[in-house]
Design a protein around this ligand. Structure first.
Ligand SMILES: Cc1cc2nc3c(=O)[nH]c(=O)nc-3n(C[C@H](O)[C@H](O)[C@H](O)COP(=O)(O)OP(=O)(O)OC[C@H]3O[C@@H](n4cnc5c(N)ncnc54)[C@H](O)[C@@H]3O)c2cc1C
Length: 359
């Protein structure tokens, strides 16, 4: 079997890469090991134009957010399903200082921050002492549904193998790669945090970090917004269910849900939510984050048959559509990849290792 492109991993990166290859009429095969708790399956899929306690505008958001929404909407109509939810974020200020920081940023005329007219609107659902503001537009994309439906489509086309990809069995030459009975013009790794140990790309400055989330059932809770107070509370498509998370752990012993997060978050919820709720699930995953908080996109500077779409960190939902498209436009039309994302910025680092399986 010969394909234009072999894709390793079907998280949000591999899904969108194969979507754009499909749109260009290219042939491809995806290999994915169906890991239950991959980052994409545990994520809330929030697209938030504002980052951090200083209310900074998210990197490239003016470009990537509209592009991401267009992409997900096209996928919705192609797959005849709904997984895009436009919901503004109601940010409950944890302190007067945060309230002031928000007001100051609005005064600077930030596009995405808005004062909220009725400060008592959420009194029946939440305890909050210092008021709230609104971040808009913002979205949540229900990634598990998108991934599952795309997998079904790939299965229909015989374009996915649900198995472990064995790096040692990959052979590359100047113009193609071979893996078992498959030959491919390119192999593109969308293998998430596994790339940090993948011998082709492990020298890249990955900074994997663990995040945890819980699913709660709260039938009386209002689901018209995403709510934030230390954690995000995101309505899920099933009425009464909400995603709650997350935290950022730079040092961790495993990728499993921890008792510490469970206790801390259930205490927080007890103090915050006024209506009855119960915790029905608790998950954890490792985010493929990077030291400079910029993705890794492009082809290996010394082995151009090998490519990468990774390093999405905390922002895969908004970044992956834009950079998957950019990578395919580069592959098909030789258009440039943004310097800040292009893996060629690490040409010297990547020359220290030649990867496994080269012939
Ligand atoms: C708790 C939590 C909350 C998050 N919330 C958000 C959010 O609200 N918004 C947002 O934008 N981002 C969020 N993120 C980050 C987001 O999940 C990531 O940026 C994104 O999912 C990364 O996608 P990916 O496809 O690059 O990697 P992954 O999702 O890790 O996908 C990699 C795929 O490759 C497969 N794979 C790996 N190795 C092999 C192999 N050898 N053989 C076969 N298959 C293999 C894996 O099984 C997996 O399916 C969150 C992350 C966590 C953990």
């Amino acid at each position: 079997m010969h394909v234009d492109c072999l894709i390793i991993g079907q998280g949000i990166s591999g899904t969108l890469l194969s979507w754009f290859l499909h749109k260009e009429g290219k042939t491809f095969l995806v290999i994915d090991n169906n890991k239950v708790d991959s980052s994409s399956k545990v994520a809330a899929g929030i697209i938030n134009p504002i980052t951090g306690r200083r209310y900074v505008t998210t990197w490239m958001i003016d470009e990537v957010m509209p592009f991401a929404i267009d992409t997900y909407r096209s996928l919705e109509s192609y797959l005849q399903a709904s997984f895009v939810y436009e919901k503004s974020i109601i940010d409950f200020f944890p302190s007067p200082q945060m309230l002031n920081a928000f007001v100051d940023r609005i005064a600077e005329n930030d596009t995405y921050l808005h004062s909220y007219p009725n400060q008592n609107q959420f009194n029946q659902y939440f305890n909050y002492d210092f008021g709230c503001g609104e971040i808009r537009p913002s979205y949540s994309i229900h990634l598990p549904l998108l991934l599952e439906l795309w997998k079904q489509k790939l299965n229909e086309w015989n374009a996915i193998k649900e198995e472990e990809f064995l790096l040692d069995d990959l052979q590359i030459s100047d113009d193609h790669a071979s893996y078992h009975d498959i030959t491919a013009g390119k192999v593109i790794f969308c293998d998430g945090v596994d790339a940090a140990t993948n011998s082709w790309f492990r020298l890249l400055p990955f900074a994997p970090n663990k995040g945890e989330a819980m699913i709660i059932e709260a039938e009386e809770l209002y689901n018209g917004h995403i709510f934030k107070r230390g954690v995000m509370l995101v309505p899920l498509p099933t009425p009464g269910l909400f995603w709650v998370g997350s935290n950022y752990q730079w040092e961790f012993a495993d990728d499993k849900p921890s008792e510490h997060f469970y206790k801390q978050t259930s205490n927080l919820l007890q103090n915050w939510i006024k209506v009855p709720f119960k915790i029905v699930d608790h998950k954890a995953a490792i985010r493929p984050a990077t030291v400079e908080r910029r993705p890794f996109v492009g082809f290996h500077p010394h082995f151009p048959v090998i490519g990468i779409l990774n390093g999405m960190g905390t922002k895969g939902t908004s970044l992956a559509p834009f950079f998957a498209h950019q990578l395919i436009q580069h592959l098909v039309y030789d258009l440039p990849i943004a310097d800040e994302a292009n893996v060629h910025r690490f040409t010297r680092i990547l020359s220290r290792e030649t990867g496994k399986g080269s012939s």
